[in-house]
Design a protein around this ligand. Structure first.
Ligand code: ADP
Length: 257
């Protein structure tokens, strides 16, 4: 199976402090990977490196088989940042307009907005369960609904890989399982490889296919079943030494399969 992302012996430091040390990671096509780790473990730094916003100081990153400095097909990668769902009630844009703004790369500045583009926008909203909200003002929606809209915005360029930074932060506790179900559908039904970053180790492993535990080093990387087995055997191997720093949320709701 082809790797969508391949990271080899990656190091990164800000000034004196090494933040990522000898990271090796391979993300297979079609997988749903969670990178988990406590605050300050290097998750955002790793995302910035993958998105080309920082340059590796040592080691290599390959995207779709191509070394990152030569990679041009950025439309294949969708990214939803952590702050995406923070529009307030006064923000003057409808859900439809927010999602359509993701098409500007394809369209230039909306000069030729056609029926076909309208269909792409509504289809993306459908994929995240928000089609019925297309006329609503973005600021009227809950944090979790806004997050879904921003995922739809990323979907209009038909990415093969979708990267989500702490996507459930603004989602109400009772809606978290439904939110993961929606991500699971994108992964299974649309074949989009998903990479999400979270500090919430407690609940993630029944929702994804692969887990990577980061805490400066990559302490574990593999399929969820191996992760569960190792967790039973040796917590410190899985999480590194800062087990006590990790926020646990024992909300084991439904199992997504
Ligand atoms: P996480 O996303 O897991 O919380 P980060 O990648 O944001 O971790 O941060 C990892 C470490 O790097 C932290 O100790 C943080 O303080 C440090 N760091 C992050 N960004 C910078 C920066 N721009 N300059 C200096 N240190 C930074």
């Amino acid at each position: 199976m082809q790797s969508i992302i391949e990271i080899k012996h990656l190091f990164y430091r800000y000034e004196k402090d090494t933040v990522l040390e000898n990271i090796n990671l391979s993300i297979p096509d079609g997988s749903f990977l969670a990178i988990v780790g406590p605050n300050g473990s290097g998750k955002s730094t790793l995302l910035k490196l993958i998105l080309g916003l920082l340059k590796p100081q040592k080691g290599e990153i390959f995207l779709f088989g191509q070394e990152i400095s030569k990679f041009k097909a950025w439309q294949q990668i969708g990214y939803v940042s952590q702050k995406a769902n923070s529009f307030n009630t006064g923000f003057p844009a409808t859900v439809f307009e927010v999602v359509a703004s993701g098409l500007t790369k394809k369209l230039g500045m909306f000069k030729f907005f056609k029926k076909e583009h309208s269909r792409i926008v509504l289809d993306a909203l459908d994929a995240v369960g928000m089609k019925n909200f297309h006329n609503r003002n973005i600021g009227e929606l809950s944090g979790g609904q806004q997050q879904r809209v921003f995922i739809a915005r990323a979907l209009v360029s038909e990415p093969k890989l979708l990267i989500l930074d702490e996507p459930t932060v603004g989602v109400d506790a009772e809606n978290v399982n439904a939110f993961y179900q929606m991500l699971n559908d994108l992964n299974k039904n649309r074949g989009i490889t998903l990479l999400l970053v979270t500090h919430d180790i407690g609940t993630i492993s029944d929702k994804v296919t692969h887990v990577a535990c980061l805490n400066k080093n990559m302490h574990f990387h593999g399929e969820t079943s191996e992760f569960e087995q190792l967790k039973k055997e040796d917590m410190s191997k899985v999480y590194g030494h800062d087990v006590h720093l990790i926020a646990h949320n024992h909300d084991h709701g439904g199992v997504l399969k």
